[in-house]
Design a protein around this ligand. Structure first.
Ligand code: OGA
Ligand code: MN
Length: 296
């Protein structure tokens, strides 16, 4: 059976059928998925019965894996999963539902803001692969925004204005936005919060397309007063997350969704995380370079 791609919106996100990702893939199959990512930005696969081992093996087809920032920012005994798996669940290391005032729960609420994964790293993430192991009965969608279409829809004056802008990203900025203090991370992790610089407009030589590189982790525009920068970024965020640019994914157990962090943003939607269990596990492919050095 060969792979089929069915669009989920006219230009953005597709559902892929006809492949079992838990088994070793051929070069051609990997290439077809990579090409699909270039075309659609987000790919949805159903019925992929991954465990952590098979998810990581599949993920390695697309590049080197990141160590999850959640694991990097906590003590080893606090982690439920191995360090290559980002724990996108409401469970603690003993598989208990986290309490309302749990520090990790509060930090993870930052995922409810529109963001691009690991944009707070000098070399930010390429793909994220999120596997649904347990889904809540209601809520907990993930929304994706198409940052290539959002860029294309800007007027020419705005495109010219933003072409060479450099932004500063830090996990501290996004957490600050929801009132989670920098100090809550502890002294030993403060160097991980140092802002990094990225281009606001990214260009992909493979597709010839530009995209808006926005993220809740942005806290500054180089050379701009902070309030002006934040007001401007907020306007761009509003533009880029209009419904015509968004695909909302309702999860079923054993879904795997892959998104390209270079051309999309995403956010988590609310669910009853004090009563229902949501166990999602993310592997993340390291990017291929610093955005500030990319050829224009
Ligand atoms: C992520 C993320 C959103 C969600 O896994 O990087 O932001 O809906 N997840 O859990
Ligand atoms: Mn994310």
């Amino acid at each position: 059976m060969s792979m089929t791609f069915t669009p989920l919106t006219p230009n953005f996100a597709a559902e892929v059928a006809g492949i079992d990702l838990t088994r070793p893939l051929s070069r051609d199959q990997v290439q077809a998925i990579d090409d699909g990512m270039d075309r659609w930005g987000v790919l949805v696969f159903h019925g992929q019965r991954f465990d952590d081992e098979t998810q990581l093996a599949f993920s390695r087809n697309f590049g080197d894996l990141e160590i999850s920032s959640g694991a990097e920012m906590s003590k080893p005994e606090e982690n439920r999963l191995r360090v290559e798996m980002a724990d996108i669940s409401n469970l603690d290391a003993q598989n208990r539902v986290r309490a309302a005032d749990d520090r990790k729960r509060l930090g993870s609420l930052g995922n409810r803001l529109w963001h691009s994964d690991a944009s707070f790293r000098a070399v930010p993430a390429k793909y994220s692969l999120l596997s649904a192991r347990i889904v809540p009965p209601t809520g907990g969608n993930t929304e994706f925004a198409d940052m290539r279409s959002a860029y294309d829809a800007l007027d020419e004056a705005t495109k010219a204005e933003i072409e060479d802008l450099i932004t500063e990203h830090s996990n501290a900025y996004s957490r600050e936005m929801i009132g989670f203090p920098k100090a809550a991370y502890g002294a030993e992790f403060q160097d991980k919060l140092r802002p990094v610089r990225h281009r606001l407009v990214r260009y992909d030589p493979d597709t010839g397309r530009k995209s808006l590189y926005l993220s809740a982790h942005i806290g500054a525009v180089l050379g701009w007063p902070i309030p002006e920068a934040r007001a401007y970024i907020r306007d761009l965020m509003e533009h880029a997350t209009q419904r015509q640019f968004v695909y909302a994914h309702t999860w079923k157990v054993w879904d795997l969704v892959i998104w390209d962090n270079r051309t999309t943003m995403h956010r988590a939607r609310r669910y009853n995380d004090l009563t229902d269990i949501r166990d999602m596990r993310r592997s993340t492919i390291r990017g291929e370079g610093m955005t500030v050095q990319q050829a224009a």
